[in-house]
Write a protein that binds this ligand. Structure first.
Ligand code: DX5
Ligand code: ZN
Length: 216
């Protein structure tokens, strides 16, 4: 079963609680929460206090995407704030293993993300220890960008790599996903779909339903 993870980066924050309820009514399984530090990526988004304040609104899985340098410093804080899955960037640390261990120490699922220019080979040493592999399909930092076509092959190669080892790890895609581009990612083997502007810039509940319908 494919999973939809609407990214609240494109939500109206004055209406955040209601908008999360709308994706929940639409049937989404996760909420994707993008944390940016202005260092790994050019902009700053939001952090623990926001996550804490929305934790009580829904039981949906909090899928936290950390775009921050040296994420190990803050894993415990994100766990305390209510994260269920924590995905960090391969490019953000020189000890990915330690970050994965830190996430697992608190009983949470660990994900690793790669930017468009990073090879999928980055995943290989950690395949047995990760619950989610995030193949970015835009340069991280902003919502509303265009899907990068060459990233479809990266998704396909990641799925092939997992198959080779007999692993069923989740493959997430994030960036530029809409009703037209989602097929590329699904056909290539992604099973966790992030969508921000395609869901929040319109009738949220309806768009969530529509996504889930075509995701099968
Ligand atoms: C971008 C973030 C995404 C962003 C996606 O760096 O990681 O999660 O919200 O937005 P869309 O779906 O609009 O490309
Ligand atoms: Zn994201």
């Amino acid at each position: 079963m494919n999973i939809l993870s609407p990214s609240i980066l494109s939500a109206n924050f004055a209406e955040l609680g209601n908008q999360m309820k709308a994706v929940e009514r639409g049937g989404a399984q996760y909420i994707h929460i993008d944390v940016m530090d202005g260092m790994l990526v050019p902009t700053i988004s939001y952090g623990m206090p926001v996550i804490k304040s929305i934790r009580d609104i829904t039981d949906l899985v909090f899928d936290v995407h950390l775009m921050i340098i040296d994420p190990i410093r803050y894993i415990k804080d994100f766990v305390d704030a209510g994260a269920d899955i924590i995905t960090f960037h391969y490019e953000s640390t020189n000890d990915a293993r330690a970050v994965i261990n830190e996430i697992h120490k608190y009983g949470k699922k660990a994900g690793m993300a790669i930017k468009p220019e990073t090879s999928v080979e980055a995943f290989r040493p950690y395949l047995n220890d990760l619950e989610q592999l995030l193949v970015m399909t835009v340069e991280p930092g902003f919502g509303g960008q265009q899907y990068i076509d060459y990233c479809t092959d990266k998704v396909r190669n990641t799925r092939a790599m997992l198959d080779m080892y007999g692993l069923k790890t989740d493959i997430q895609v994030d960036g530029g996903i809409n009703i037209a581009t989602v097929h590329h990612a699904l056909d290539a083997g992604a099973n966790v779909i992030v969508a921000g502007s395609a869901i929040f810039k319109g009738n949220i509940e309806e768009r969530t339903r529509k996504f889930l319908e075509i995701m099968g």
